[in-house]
Design a protein around this ligand. Structure first.
Ligand code: CA2
Length: 140
């Protein structure tokens, strides 16, 4: 079992601002939590601020990963390219958002990635990543 965890733009700055929305933990702490949850499997954590780099990473996952956990951050609401890449590789995917995108601004309520993802986990903080990892592990 090999999982790819993808984080989109600005998530590397987690903890710097808006603690009321995203919590106080920083990106390093998120990576440590993920590493802990993936102790018994193979995994890779990838973060990029660039849409094309995320598309390239998803494409390169074909044949190499059994599951994807993705928080596309702002690209959630804009990126047909990321949606198409996920559809193209056909890897089981869970979408994660730290905040509850469904109870924030109108523009955050629509997610392109949700049109492909098996599951969307939102508003559970960093624990949402762990839930997504456990879901994909149980499925395999
Ligand atoms: O709730 C989420 O996880 C989001 O995917 C986070 C994105 C936002 O655009 C989505 O609508 C929901 C924003 C990520 C920004 O990350 C930072 C948070 C705090 C401090 C610095 C960066």
């Amino acid at each position: 079992m090999k999982l790819l965890i993808i984080n989109g733009p600005n998530l590397n700055l987690l903890g710097l601002r808006e603690p009321d929305i995203y919590g106080k933990s920083d990106y390093k702490a998120l990576c440590r939590m993920i590493e802990d949850a993936c102790k018994d499997i193979d995994f890779e954590i990838f973060q990029s601020n660039h849409e094309g780099a995320i598309v390239d990473k998803i494409q390169s996952a074909y044949g190499n990963f059994d599951g994807i956990v993705i928080n596309p951050a702002a690209y959630t609401h804009t990126s047909v390219a990321i949606l198409d890449a996920l559809k193209a590789v056909g890897i089981p995917t869970v979408e994660v958002h730290i905040s509850d995108i469904n109870s924030r601004e109108e523009f955050r309520k629509f997610s392109y990635v949700s049109l492909y993802a098996e599951k969307q986990i939102a508003g559970k903080g960093l624990k949402g990543y762990i839930e997504a990892i456990e879901y994909l592990k149980e499925k395999s």
